[in-house]
Design a protein around this ligand. Structure first.
Ligand SMILES: Cc1cc2nc3c(=O)[nH]c(=O)nc-3n(C[C@H](O)[C@H](O)[C@H](O)COP(=O)(O)OP(=O)(O)OC[C@H]3O[C@@H](n4cnc5c(N)ncnc54)[C@H](O)[C@@H]3O)c2cc1C
Length: 413
């Protein structure tokens, strides 16, 4: 299995290696209702939601919880999917596109409310997003995107070039400003959710790789550390199709993406950037994005590229980080006075339409999957938890079709 990231991301770089919760290895047979493979933010959200509803769950992570892609995340909690509304409507029709947007808006709101109501300290802050176009014709396309969103009842405000400059310090053609988004420390959010799940009876095991899964008429048996976990259903929350699910790998494209975190920027210099308290992303594909952290660092990201071999990853990280830095240095000359603190990269899985796969697959009985979020894993992971709880309880709604493995056919019928 490839490493999900290289170099310590900001969230771990300044934390003592032993800090954070530690969970035991599985060391005996176990019976639960649902076993969850993967202790990242998706597994944590599933564990919390299922345990909160009275389902007996166990989370198994091959390594340490929250230290895979989740720790690499820049944790922009966005209601806007990576894919434009116009593109989604073209693929699946305006009604389905509108529903995806509504669900992702609700998931962001519910995720934030859950973190708040559980009092999970994860540097959570409410933020608007600014989705900007640098020039034409992308500015015209972006205005059209806003018109289509509004027609579908999706809110957003147009920033013309002057307003974009005032809000972000960027010279561009214009932008869509969206309220109701947020940012957080993803590692703390994930481990906080897991802690809350354990208070509801969830069992969590680290260094417990699920090596084999066998389904039969009565349920599922997982082989872990030489022991057996027996359950009714298994949730696969490993981020992407791991080698055990090789036949599903064709449904995903694996990308590497790059992040640079600056040192803390003093208030006087921060003013020179002209970037307010908003989360930025651009209309380029792959897109670039930026946000402030709670301690006045800038997080700069983007530069996604197809996965490189393990041997090439360190060099690709240097090139990727330089590319991201140069892009933002052109927008923010003040960056020349700032040092980089850490740079890292992580692996993520995308799908052809930018939406995750959530639900069962006909070739894997009693399995429920939640995989392939692209750059939206924080909020879609939370949405996945809700949809999977419905699947588990036998509740079926039209929402399930939007994220099914067979959606291309099902939604165009
Ligand atoms: C650099 C970067 C920046 C990102 N920025 C954002 C962002 O700003 N906003 C956003 O919403 N999303 C962002 N994402 C995406 C987001 O981080 C991921 O989609 C999300 O963290 C996926 O969480 P997960 O729990 O599904 O997977 P992971 O966090 O990768 O967790 C999967 C876990 O499964 C475990 N595992 C794998 N195989 C097994 C096995 N056989 N047995 C037991 N355990 C196993 C692994 O050890 C791992 O801990 C970013 C991603 C990257 C890489």
């Amino acid at each position: 299995m490839p490493g999900l990231r290289i170099a310590d991301p900001l969230w771990l770089a300044h934390r003592a290696k032993r800090e954070g919760p530690r969970y035991p290895e599985l060391a005996s047979d176990l019976r639960v209702d649902v076993a969850i493979v993967g202790g990242g933010v998706t597994g944590a959200a599933v564990a919390w939601m299922f345990a909160h509803s009275g389902v007996r769950v166990a989370v198994l992570d091959a390594a340490r919880v929250g230290r895979g892609s989740t720790a690499a995340s820049t944790a922009l909690l966005m209601q806007e999917p990576d894919i434009d509304f116009a593109e989604l409507a073209r693929r699946y029709g305006p009604k389905n596109a509108r529903r995806v947007w509504r669900l992702s808006t609700a998931a962001t709101r519910d995720f934030v409310r859950t973190l708040e109501s559980l009092d999970i300290r994860c540097d959570l802050e409410h933020r608007d997003s600014v989705y900007y176009a640098l020039g034409e014709p992308s500015g015209r396309r972006l205005r059209d995107e806003l018109r289509r969103r509004r027609r579908a009842g999706i809110p957003g405000r147009w920033l013309d070039a002057a307003a974009l400059r005032r809000a972000t310090g960027i010279d561009g053609a214009g932008a869509i400003r969206t309220s109701g988004n947020a940012q957080a420390d993803p590692y703390l959010a994930c481990t906080g959710l897991l802690r809350a799940a354990t208070r509801r009876g969830a069992r969590i095991f680290e260094r417990s790789s699920v090596d084999r899964i066998d389904a039969d008429a009565g349920g599922v048996t997982l082989a872990v550390n030489g022991f057996a976990i027996r359950c009714a259903r298994v949730v696969i929350a490993t981020g992407y199709a791991t080698p055990s699910f090789e036949p599903l790998a064709v449904a995903f494209r694996m990308l590497q993406t790059y992040v640079v975190a600056t040192q803390r920027i003093p208030a006087r210099l921060r003013r020179d950037f002209g970037l307010g308290n908003v989360m930025l992303w651009d209309t380029g594909r792959p897109y670039h994005y930026a946000r402030w952290t709670i301690d006045n660092r800038l997080l700069l990201g983007g530069g996604d590229r197809p996965r490189v071999s393990e041997r090439q990853r360190a060099k690709a990280l240097r090139d990727g980080a330089v590319g991201v830095w140069q892009y933002f240095e052109r927008r923010y000359p003040a960056l020349q006075q700032v040092d980089i603190d850490v740079a890292w990269e992580g692996l993520f899985a995308t799908t052809p339409d930018g939406l995750p796969y959530v639900g069962p697959h006909p070739d894997y009985p009693k399995h429920l999957f939640a995989l392939g979020y692209g750059g939206n894993g924080m909020t879609f992971g939370f949405l996945a938890a809700r949809l999977l709880l419905e699947w588990y309880r036998g509740k079926r709604t039209s929402d399930h079709r939007l994220f099914g493995f067979d959606r291309t056919v099902a939604l165009n019928r």
